[in-house]
Design a protein. Structure first.
Length: 751
C-alpha cells in the first residue's frame, strides 16, 4: 500500500498533549461514539473471545439492523427494519440490557421517501440518562424522542417542516445528545431564499423546541453524506465539530452555533466522522482531494485557532471514506475502505502498523479494557490488541444469517456498557460478556470536560429567540423567550444580565400582535403564512422563523407572482422543497409553476405547501406535460396528501397511488391515456375508517380528468392502507426529464 506522510508541526509537544487526554466519567454508551464522543469506554473485565455457539454470548435477539446501539438506563436500544410487503416498517426496539427481554418496540411506516428497504435504520439512536429519552432519526426524516416506555415525547417531520433533503441512497445523519440539546445535521433549504446547505439543528431534548440552526456551510456539494458531529472542549471552549456536505470540516460553538473555524478536505461531501484529541481533529475521506487531484487522504487539523484551520500532517492516498477514527493512548486507529485497520502516530502521522480485517471497512473501531473491538461488513467481529509494531489478534468470529446461507452484514460499531458489548447485525442483535460475572447496571457519572466557566461579569455577546423555528396554526397561542450568551458561548442567566431578558419584540412579515413578554397572536387568515418574531436586547438582535397554517381553503393560481427564469422568477411564499429550481412562468397567457428538466442527477422533486400537522383535507391541481424528442421522455406529475402520492406517469400512460416510492408500497396502477400539451386535473383525498378489528385504516382516493371536461362523479382509485399515515403536508410531486407544469392548486377541508 503506497502512502505518503507530510508533517507541519512539532511532534513532541503535541504527543504529550494527546497522551494527557483521557475520558472522564464512566458507565453507559449514550451516543454512537460513546459518552465522550471518542469511541472509548472505561469499562473493564471485558471478554477476549466469544462464539456464536455460546461462549461468552449472554443473549441474542432476532433483529435486523445496521447502526450502533445506545445502552443506558438498563436498556439496550437500536433501530432497524421489520415486516414484509405492505407491512414493511422501520422499527425501534429496546431490550433489557441484562437478559435481552424485549421491553418495547415502536414501528414507523416510511413515506414520502425513495430510501430502499435494505437501508432503513441507517442512523444510530442516542440516549439521555437524565430524562430517560431515546432519540431516533428515521430514514424518511422523522426525528422522534421516545420515553422509557417507548411513548412519543416530541417529534419533527423534518422533510415537511424544515425542508430536510434525503441523503443519497438513504444516508441519514445520527442525532447526538449534549447537555440540554439534541443535535442533528441536516441538509435543508426552507422557505427563505437560497440554496440548500447542511445545518446543525439543536433541539431542546425535553420539549423538541428548536434552539438554533447553525449554518457554517454556504452550500452543499451533494447529498452523499452521513457524518455525525462530535462535541469536544478545545482551549477550554465547548465546540461542535463535524464533516459537512460541501467537503469541509467545521467547528462551531456547541451552545450557539457560531462559526469558529473551517478546513477544506474534499472536493465533494464527506461521510466519515471525525475524532478530536489534544487540540487537533483527525479526519479522512476517499473522494477527490482539493489540492492534488488524487483520491483520499487522512489529515490532522489544528483545532485551536479560528478562521481557516491549519493542516498539521497528512497521509496521502489513504482512502478511508466511512470509518470514524479512534484516538487512544497516543495512537489513532482508522479503517480504510478495504478494511485495513491503521495504527497511526497522532503527533506525526507515522503509520505504526496496518492490519487487515476483511474486505469492506465501514465502522469505527472502539477501545475498552486494553482491547480494540471492530466489525467488518461481511459478518466479521474482531477483538484485537495493539502490540506496538503489530496488531495481536485475540479473536475473530464470523456471524451468519439465521439460516446459515451467507454472512450477516455488519455496519454498526460495538456499544460497551455494564461490562458487556452490544452490537446490531443483519442477522441479530448480540450481547457479549463474561457469564460468570453478575450484571451491574452502573449509571453514567457526570463527565468532566475541563471547560472554562463564564467569566465573572460577562456581557451578552449573542442572543437567541427560542423556539427558533415554529410550525403551527394561526389560531395557536405562541410564546417566545430570549437566551443570552457570552463571547465564548456560555449561557447567561437573568441575574448576570441585570435587566429584562428582552428590551423589545416585533413581527416581521406576519400580521398579528406581540407583547412585551414574547407572546404572539397571529391574524387567523386563510392560507399559509411565514415570517419572523424579532427580539432586541440592547444592540443585540435575534429572530425566530414562523410557518403558520391558516384555515382552509387555500388556493394558488400563481397570477400574483413574478414570472421568469430561476432564481429571479417567483415561487409561492412559504412553500419549500422547490426541487430542481421550480419557478413561475407564462404559458399561453397564464402564469403557472414550471418544474423544469434540471439536466443533472435524478430529475425528481417534491414541493411541500404546508406543515406536517395538517390532516383531513383534499388537494387538487391542474397538470400539463411536455415531451422530449420523438416523445421518448415525458414527466410524472402528481399530488401529495398526508404521506400518500397520486401521480400521472407520462411514458407509462397510467395513474398510480403509493406512499413509498422506492418500494412501491401499497401501489395501485391503472391505465390512463393522457396527452402532452393538454391540461388535466388531479384530485387526492385521505380519510380514515375502522378496519373491523378494533384498529383504523386509511382510505386513499384519487381521480383524474381532462380539465375542460366535467369532474367524474366516481373516484378512479380507492385504496386501503392497514398502516395509516394520520397526517402530513400537502404537496406537489414531479419527475421531470422534460418540463412539467402545475396550476390552480387548491386545498380544501374534507367533508
Amino acid at each position: 500500500m503506497r502512502t505518503q506522510v507530510f508533517v507541519k508541526t512539532s511532534a513532541l509537544v503535541l504527543l504529550l498533549a494527546l497522551l494527557a487526554h483521557s475520558p472522564a466519567g464512566a458507565g453507559e454508551w449514550t451516543n454512537w461514539r460513546g459518552p465522550m464522543f471518542t469511541g472509548e469506554s472505561t469499562e473493564t473485565g471485558l471478554i477476549d473471545s466469544w462464539s456464536t455457539e455460546g461462549e461468552n454470548l449472554i443473549w441474542r435477539a432476532d433483529f435486523t439492523g445496521r447502526s450502533t446501539a445506545a445502552v443506558f438506563d438498563g436498556r439496550a436500544c437500536a433501530i432497524g427494519r421489520d415486516g414484509a410487503e405492505i407491512l414493511r416498517q422501520e422499527v425501534v426496539v429496546c431490550w433489557n440490557a441484562e437478559d435481552g427481554t424485549r421491553l418495547w418496540e415502536r414501528r414507523f411506516t416510511p413515506h414520502n421517501t425513495f430510501v430502499p428497504w435494505q437501508r432503513l435504520g441507517w442512523a444510530s439512536v442516542s440516549g439521555d440518562p437524565e430524562t430517560g429519552n431515546l432519540y431516533a432519526h428515521t430514514s424518511d426524516g422523522l426525528l422522534v424522542a421516545l420515553d422509557k416506555d417507548g411513548a412519543t415525547v416530541w417529534q419533527w417531520r423534518l422533510g415537511e417542516d424544515i425542508d430536510r433533503r434525503s441523503g443519497y441512497g438513504g444516508r441519514t445523519h445520527t442525532p447526538i445528545v449534549d447537555e440540554d440539546r439534541v443535535i442533528l445535521a441536516a441538509i435543508n433549504g426552507g422557505w427563505e431564499p437560497g440554496p440548500p446547505s447542511m445545518r446543525y439543528w439543536a433541539f431542546d431534548k425535553r420539549t423538541g423546541e428548536v434552539l438554533f440552526a447553525a449554518k457554517p456551510s454556504p452550500r452543499t456539494k451533494d447529498m452523499n453524506t452521513q457524518s455525525a458531529p462530535v462535541v469536544a472542549v478545545v482551549n477550554g471552549e465547548r465546540l461542535l465539530i463535524g464533516a459537512s456536505a460541501d467537503g469541509w470540516v467545521y467547528a462551531v460553538r456547541a451552545r450557539t452555533g457560531e462559526s469558529v473555524w473551517r478546513f477544506h478536505l474534499s472536493q465533494v461531501s464527506l461521510n466519515a466522522g471525525v475524532a478530536v484529541s489534544g487540540g487537533r481533529v483527525f479526519a479522512a475521506h476517499s473522494e477527490e482531494n482539493v489540492d492534488t487531484g488524487t483520491m483520499g487522504r487522512m489529515v490532522a487539523i489544528d483545532a485551536t485557532g479560528s478562521g481557516d484551520a491549519t493542516e498539521l500532517w497528512r497521509i496521502a492516498d489513504l482512502k478511508a471514506g466511512f470509518g470514524t477514527p479512534l484516538v487512544h493512548d497516543g495512537r489513532v486507529y482508522l479503517i480504510d475502505n478495504s478494511a485495513n485497520l491503521h495504527a497511526i502516530d497522532p503527533a506525526s502521522g507515522k503509520i505504526h502498523w496496518i492490519h487487515n480485517i476483511g474486505t469492506v471497512g465501514k465502522s469505527g473501531p472502539v477501545w475498552a479494557d486494553g482491547k480494540i473491538y471492530v466489525t467488518e461488513v461481511n459478518g466479521r467481529f474482531h477483538i484485537l490488541k495493539d502490540a506496538g509494531d503489530h496488531a495481536e489478534v485475540l479473536d475473530t468470529e464470523e456471524i451468519l444469517m439465521p439460516d446459515g446461507s451467507r454472512a450477516a452484514e455488519i455496519y454498526a460499531s460495538p456499544a460497551i456498557a455494564y461490562g458487556r458489548i452490544y452490537f446490531a447485525t443483519e442477522g441479530g442483535f448480540y450481547c457479549l460478556g463474561d457469564k460468570s460475572k453478575p450484571f451491574e447496571m452502573t449509571k453514567s457519572e457526570p463527565v468532566d470536560w475541563g471547560e472554562k466557566p463564564a467569566a465573572p461579569g460577562a456581557e451578552p455577546a449573542l442572543i437567541q429567540v427560542v423556539p427558533a423555528e415554529v410550525m403551527t396554526t394561526t389560531d395557536a397561542e405562541l410564546s417566545f423567550r430570549v437566551r443570552a450568551f457570552d463571547d465564548k458561548g456560555h449561557l447567561l442567566d437573568e441575574t448576570q444580565l441585570g435587566e429584562a431578558p428582552a428590551s423589545s419584540w416585533s413581527l416581521d412579515g406576519l400580521k398579528g400582535e406581540v407583547s412585551g413578554d414574547g407572546s404572539v397572536t397571529l391574524e387567523n387568515a386563510n392560507g399559509l403564512h411565514v415570517g419572523y418574531v424579532v427580539a432586541k436586547l440592547g444592540d443585540l438582535e435575534a429572530r425566530a422563523r414562523i410557518r403558520a397554517a391558516g384555515p382552509l381553503p387555500w388556493k394558488e393560481d400563481f397570477e400574483s407572482l413574478k414570472a421568469g427564469d430561476f432564481p429571479k422568477g417567483g415561487f409561492p411564499r412559504g412553500w419549500f422543497g422547490r426541487g430542481k429550481k421550480a419557478t413561475v412562468r407564462d404559458l399561453d397567457g397564464n402564469k403557472v409553476l414550471e418544474q423544469p428538466d434540471p439536466n443533472f442527477f435524478a430529475p425528481r422533486a417534491v414541493m411541500y405547501i404546508g406543515p406536517s400537522l395538517m390532516k383531513d383535507y383534499t388537494i387538487q391541481a391542474d397538470i400539463y406535460a411536455t415531451a422530449g424528442p420523438k416523445g421518448r421522455r415525458k414527466p410524472e406529475l402528481g399530488l401529495i396528501n398526508s404521506g400518500y402520492t397520486f401521480l400521472a406517469a407520462g411514458i407509462q400512460q397510467r395513474l398510480e397511488i403509493r406512499s413509498w416510492g422506492s418500494e412501491l408500497r401499497m401501489m395501485q396502477r391503472q391505465d390512463f391515456s393522457w396527452d402532452v400539451e393538454t391540461w388535466y386535473t388531479l384530485k387526492l383525498r385521505v380519510d380514515y375508517e375502522s378496519d373491523g378489528d378494533g384498529g383504523e385504516r386509511a382510505v386513499v382516493r384519487g381521480k383524474a380528468w381532462k380539465r375542460d371536461d366535467p369532474e367524474p362523479g366516481e373516484w378512479t382509485f380507492t385504496v386501503h392502507d392497514p398502516l395509516p399515515i394520520r397526517n402530513g403536508a400537502p404537496g406537489l410531486y414531479g419527475f421531470t426529464p422534460v418540463e412539467g407544469y402545475f396550476d390552480n392548486v387548491s386545498i380544501t377541508a374534507s367533508q
